[in-house]
Design a protein around this ligand. Structure first.
Ligand code: ZN
Ligand code: ZN
Length: 588
């Protein structure tokens, strides 16, 4: 059986399963990737009603001659597979070349293309060529796919809402633009510009086009390499996070891929800098010898396997941690500027696409600028940030609000510290240090504590008792379904009973895939909260000073172990603006 014949059958099956053309985004994807193959440096995607009415792609690529233009819609147009690279494509997209035929089979297609001054116009209706004529001699290709699925009503019914279709297309185009910053992209729906990039090869500018200025300003450039991998890209400061992983983009050798392990590693590297169930915005570009990767996992998913994943993950972890640590990460409260209308649409779309909850609206805060806006061109330019930044500035408490927030000042402005979160951070780093010591000592309890458990819990605990013994608890079985604790590690201070109960709960809950590091982490986080000053507790000025000093000695003074901020900052300038003073004129 010939290769083409085999592919034909597979394709037929795939079309039946709805894998090739399943939604407007798959059509956009196919057309746009054809444009990229044609060497286009400018690609416009114009949608009518999220593509359900029409998808038009205009490019300045090399175009096709008449024969190719007609052949492009036939089932056997698989001529493109002639290199490794094409095989990569083949695997990620399904059946290249033949996808156009399957799109044409379920829509009306109008193709205008031009090769070496000879223009061709092809019209196809439901898979049948109805017109082939001489067309304009303009460079590139214009292809319009309209009334998708008009002849397959069952599939039409399965199309998602217009909004979902548009969100899928936008998501795809965003990622394509990030992986091809050298191409100018325009994405438009019913005359609304959703994405517009300038093809200047500047990834940060693409990030700005997608997420807006405020996010772009909070992206940190990172890079690193080891024997096998080279990484470069941008990661968001910890205060910028989203409710899902969709904004974590990994590009391998120029193509966007998905890899759960990479995402997990990135997110873990942010641990305690932000809430664990929120995800950063990252764009990491990985360069690697193609022999190290295997892309053949699923034709419509962009998953990828690395043969040396451990060294890659280690590299990524290091790159992310060095990107976010040793910086002044105090969120600066700043007054939002009016945005032009186009930006609003983009912002709105991005928020909805990533299903961001309402709490995100309050995230409109700006940190110290790592990048600034060029006054003349409006371009975002990155400031090289190699000077040692002031870590946590000196500040002086002036009072306490609601027994909860410490107000501080220095010459730059006003800081508000959440005393509970701050104390939690100090405790957390202390506990982690104590727990990591090789020789932990223990303290006997004056009154041993007996703890009764359910039969089930007791069995789990019995099997995992060694964990507590390793932590220097002296713990023994004590009658039916009970244990007695006689000694505890010295780092456990204050009300031991409650803490011990909690620790036992954690042992029982993490019984499956137990990991001592994660266990210690959980215990330290839990303990740090228990031992922190509660909100609504009035403390004296000296205590505030001591707390601020303790906080300054922390590795990360800016977040509590749960990832909440410990402090926020209002600059003098922002305070003046808030009170409508005339800004710079008065203080200065
Ligand atoms: Zn707490
Ligand atoms: Zn906390």
């Amino acid at each position: 059986m010939s290769v083409i014949k085999v592919m034909d059958e597979l394709l037929a099956n795939k079309i039946a399963a709805g894998e090739v053309v399943e939604k407007c985004a798959s059509v956009v994807k196919e057309l746009v990737e054809n444009s990229i193959d044609a060497g286009a440096t400018e690609i416009k995607v114009l949608l009518e009603d999220a593509g359900t009415r029409e998808i038009k792609v205009i490019d300045n690529g090399k175009g096709m001659d008449k024969d190719d233009a007609v052949l492009a819609f036939s089932r056997h147009a698989t001529s493109k597979i002639d290199s490794e690279d094409d095989l990569f494509r083949l695997n990620t997209l399904g059946f290249r070349g033949e996808a156009l035929a399957s799109i044409a089979a379920v829509s009306k297609v109008d193709l205008k293309t031009c090769d070496k001054d000879v223009g061709t116009h092809v019209v196809i209706d439901g898979g049948k060529i109805v017109e082939v004529s001489r067309g304009d001699a303009r460079g590139g290709t214009i292809i319009s796919v309209s009334e998708l699925f008009y002849n397959t009503p069952a599939r039409l019914k399965h199309m998602k809402s217009l909004y979902t279709e548009l969100a899928n297309i936008t998501d795809y185009m965003n990622k394509l633009a990030l992986s091809h910053p050298e191409i100018r992209f325009v994405l438009q729906n019913n005359d609304n510009v959703i994405l517009k990039t300038d093809g200047s090869s500047n990834v940060l500018k693409v990030i700005q086009n997608i997420y807006g200025n405020d996010v772009a300003k909070k992206m940190v450039f990172v890079s690193g390499e080891n024997d096998d991998y080279e990484i470069e890209g941008y990661i968001s400061l910890p205060e910028v996070h989203r409710s899902n992983r969709n904004n974590m983009v990994t590009i391998v050798n120029g193509r966007v891929v998905k890899n759960m392990e990479i995402n997990r590693t990135i997110n873990d590297a942010y641990h305690s800098y932000k809430p664990d169930n929120r995800y950063p915005i990252t764009v990491l570009s990985i360069n690697v010898d193609p022999s190290v990767i295997d892309v053949n996992i699923h034709p419509t998913k962009m998953d990828i396997k690395f043969s040396k994943i451990d060294t890659l993950l280690e590299l990524i972890k290091g790159v992310v941690i060095s990107g976010i640590s040793n910086r002044n990460l105090i969120p600066e409260v700043s007054i939002k500027k009016e945005k032009p209308k186009r930006e609003e649409i983009k912002f709105d779309l991005e928020r909805k696409t990533s299903k961001v909850t309402s709490e995100d609206v309050s995230e409109e805060i700006i940190v110290n600028d790592f990048i600034y806006e060029d006054e003349n061109s409006g371009d975002v330019v990155q400031v090289v940030n190699d000077s040692e930044e002031e870590f946590m500035p000196e500040m002086y408490p002036v009072g306490l609000v609601h027994g909860t927030y410490i107000i501080c000042q220095n010459e730059k402005g006003m800081y508000i510290i959440d005393q509970h979160a701050a104390k939690e951070r100090c405790n957390y780093e202390k506990f982690k240090e104590e727990m990591g010591k090789p020789n932990i000592s223990s303290t006997p309890l004056l009154f041993p504590i007996t703890i009764e458990l359910s039969n089930n819990e007791f069995m789990i605990l019995k099997e995992n008792m060694y964990i507590l013994k390793d932590m220097k608890f002296k713990i023994e079985e004590f009658g039916i379904n009970s244990v007695i604790v006689k000694e505890h590690p010295t780092w456990l201070i204050g009300d031991a009973e409650e803490a011990i109960r909690k620790i036992i709960e954690i042992v029982i809950a993490t019984e499956k895939d137990f990991d001592i590091e994660k266990f210690n982490e959980k215990v330290a986080t839990m303990m740090s909260c228990k031992k922190a000053i509660k909100a609504n507790t009035n403390i004296e000025m000296e205590e505030m000073e001591a707390l601020i000093n303790d906080l300054r000695s922390c590795k990360n003074p800016f977040n509590c172990p749960h990832g909440r901020p410990t402090m926020i900052y209002y600059s003098n300038y922002d305070l003046e603006k808030l009170f409508k003073r005339s800004g710079f004129d008065i203080i200065k």
